[in-house]
Write a protein that binds this ligand. Structure first.
Ligand code: F3S
Length: 421
């Protein structure tokens, strides 16, 4: 490998034992993939934060005790529970205790304590073209696609080592030539522009897109270019990363590396073109909805964590009505957003409506057996993709408006839509 003097010094242990071990692991990875150099990263999103067992906690503590420090600004992903309201969420004291140990170890290493899977909602994100390391799938897809920053789909805790070394092997999506689209998904004429006033259609298109594209780099054409908010693009990123393992997608006319078809494909022609139709959206919704669910035990929003704007929209959609007495309503948002909600009075308004506002935790760590909940509705294609296989929960997918109306009624309420005929 072609190494800089600094990288050689790291490998020789001149910058400490942990940095040496981190760069050695990355050197081995580079050798495996036949990569001839490292590239500097500007930041890292540390995904080794949801409690997965004692080995994970011990590893982080070992690094911290040996003096490991992140070489670049490093945000922290969601944890297993709300670090302060864990008992209200019915988490075991062991989970809280392990989470506190994870928190302490990562802060000791110099991480920015964001504890969120949506760090872009709190203003911490790389810029276009910057090299980065992340292992959280929605963050990877959002940073690559929406911002145009560059990260591979790292596996935790490898991204932790990237953050400590401040380097990644220069391969995969770090390299501009690998970022061009290979194939194209086109919207059929039966998916009409007026359907996009309901934001949930983006999730369904994303689910269909991910199912077709898998982990390749493709583009999608025919999407609206106006009114596509960060929140919509967040959901598109999270769902595509879950249904298909997408790390980078190009939305023609929307995402920065795809302002034109020619730009997205690097001047080449698509190798394959697939058209999707209303039936594919209907099929996507069937994949993430149990049609037999009527009464709802819970409605959950905030996968990925909700932005301040989304929390305000939730309040507004209630129009003064309250969550049904037989249904719980969880809203998960970054802790800095909770502070802002409290400052603006929106937090109290949400609480008065029966909304439980939490921060830090991953909603997939939901303790459904202890909470006695089995049927859940959300506006998240990612949550609804995983919640049955990981938690045994019966999912129902709907728009945010559907979710609020259902929470008030205590049963599934969905607007009629062309793909629901
Ligand atoms: Fe965040 Fe957990 Fe969803 S980490 S994106 S709430 S699965």
């Amino acid at each position: 490998m072609r190494l800089t003097d600094y990288e050689k010094a790291m490998l020789n242990g001149e910058h400490g034992e942990i940095r040496q071990q981190a760069i050695q692991a990355l050197y081995d990875l580079a050798t495996f993939y036949d990569v001839d150099r490292f590239v500097e990263i500007v930041g890292c999103h540390d995904d080794s934060t949801v409690y997965a067992g004692e080995a994970q906690v011990a590893f982080a503590e070992m690094l911290a005790e040996k003096g490991a420090k992140f070489a670049v600004p490093t945000t922290t992903n969601a944890t297993a529970c709300d670090i302060n309201l864990w008992d209200r969420q019915k988490h075991d004291i062991e989970v809280m205790s392990a989470t506190r140990r994870i928190e302490a170890a990562h802060v000791k290493m110099g991480a920015v304590p964001s504890w969120s899977c949506a760090p872009y909602h709190i203003g911490v994100a790389p810029s276009f073209g910057q090299q980065f390391a992340s292992a959280e799938s929605n963050v990877i897809c959002y940073y690559n696609s929406i911002i145009g920053a560059r990260t591979n789909r790292y596996a935790g805790p490898l991204e932790l080592l990237c953050g400590i070394a401040g380097r990644v092997p220069y391969f995969g999506l770090h390299v501009p030539e690998n970022r061009y689209a290979q194939g194209l998904v086109k919207l059929g004429e039966d998916i009409r522009p007026e359907y996009f006033t309901d934001e949930s259609i983006f999730n369904l298109i994303s689910y269909a897109y991910g199912s077709i594209v898998k982990d390749r780099v493709w583009a999608i054409d025919g999407m609206p270019t106006l009114g596509v908010t960060n929140e919509i693009l967040k959901q598109f990123s999270a769902t595509a990363a879950s249904s298909g393992g997408i790390a980078l997608f190009h939305m023609i006319g929307v995402t920065p590396e795809a302002q034109t078809l020619e730009r997205a494909f690097g001047g080449k022609k698509p190798q394959e073109i697939v058209e999707i139709h209303l039936e594919d959206l209907a099929n996507a919704e069937r994949q993430i909805t149990n049609p037999n669910v009527d009464e709802l035990d819970a409605v959950v929003l905030g996968c990925p964590h909700a932005s301040y704007n989304e929390c305000v929209v939730v309040r507004d959609l209630f129009r003064g009505r309250r969550v049904n007495g037989n249904t719980r309503f969880w809203l998960i948002t970054p802790r800095s957003v909770v502070d802002r909600l409290k400052d603006s009075g929106v937090y109290e308004e949400l609480v008065c409506l029966g909304v439980e506002v939490y921060s830090d935790g991953c909603i997939l760590e939901y303790r459904n057996k202890k909470l006695g909940t089995n049927t859940m509705m959300s506006n998240s294609g990612k949550f609804d993709t995983y919640c049955f296989s990981m938690r045994g929960l019966q999912p129902v997918f709907g728009s945010m408006k559907d979710c609020i109306e259902s929470a008030i009624a205590g049963r599934v309420v969905k607007e009629a839509k062309p793909w629901r005929k």
